[in-house]
Design a protein around this ligand. Sequence first.
Ligand code: SF4
Ligand code: SF4
Ligand code: SF4
Length: 360
Amino acid sequence: MSISRRGFLKGVTGSAVVLAAGVPSVEAKMSTELPPEAIGLLYDATLCVGCKSCMVNCKTHNSVPGGALYKEGLVSGVVDSLICTKSEKTEPMKAPSYETDTIKGNEGIWDVAQDLSGNTINVIKAYRNGTGEKKDSAVNGHAFFKQQCLHCITPACASVCPAGAFIKDPKNGVVYYEAYRCIGCRYCQIGCPFNIPRYEWNSAWPEVRKCQLCRHRLKDGKYAACAEYCPTGATIFGKVTDLREEAKKRFAMKPGTEYNFPIKTLGSKETLSRPVAAYADKVYGLTEAGGTQNLMLSGISYELLGFNKDIPNSALPDLTWAYIAKIPWVFLGVFLGGTTLHAITSRMYKKKKDEGDHHD
Ligand code: SF4
Ligand code: SF4
Ligand code: SF4
């Protein structure tokens, strides 16, 4: 049995301790096999020019109904908004702003996101060393890398979620989120070995945010917006089995070999011809945490890019709700500690901002 947001709110009259001890568990039986129609992305950092078109278009195409950044407005009555499930809401919904209080993402003005957050589910980051002159060089060079959900074959976020709010599609393997089930415990955040899910700390009715591989676009024959709008082919969309072969082929090629890199999708007729770069380390995502549906190639070692080198090469079967629930302090630490920390940092930020405004 899963518990819903409504169930949680009814139970909130009790304490978090009671909840931690008594919440019914969703025993997720996670497959360790790639789903039959698994889809994903291949991000080749050596082709990335850091234009951030993928970030802008990720936000644009996910701020619409069904998109990972779309948020249903609260119903008018405060009580209703707290206890209604999705299906019970009767008032028309509208998406509130997710950028700032005054600037709406849909108006075409964007923040300069430095990291993943409650309103950024795909981020391009930069590496720089010394003079930064040489692209994809660890010394005196620079490089870009893309951070988003990797759509694990055996997703720890789903296995630790006590409410069944994270779900792996059994056919295409997309790991998605159902906000109305979420109880806000944030176990998904501590469960994810790649530090991906983000919580909407500034929202009155927070949800968890992460890439859902643009699953809302699939029914219209479309695919990941970040791949569709990437001008260089650095991000391409395709079947995971094919993407794996493509990534392994590139990795094995002699650096300098001329190659037609497909743009937007694997198998696309639109290509970019250029020499293959020298790739570092390995194809990322083939084995990490049991394998992921999104893959990455880089000219710079993943460790230098700040990737966690301690991620095991197998799924994390022990990291389940049943296991984590035996440690109530984890629940309390995440649920209460996170909220308190956010309240403190928000207050500090506001104070700093007020002081800044005062000095202007
Ligand atoms: S990367 Fe993290 S959030 Fe994404 S599917 Fe894997 S465990 Fe879940
Ligand atoms: S696939 Fe994920 S990162 Fe890419 S545009 Fe869609 S939601 Fe954003
Ligand atoms: S992945 Fe493509 S769209 Fe995104 S920054 Fe790199 S080149 Fe630009």
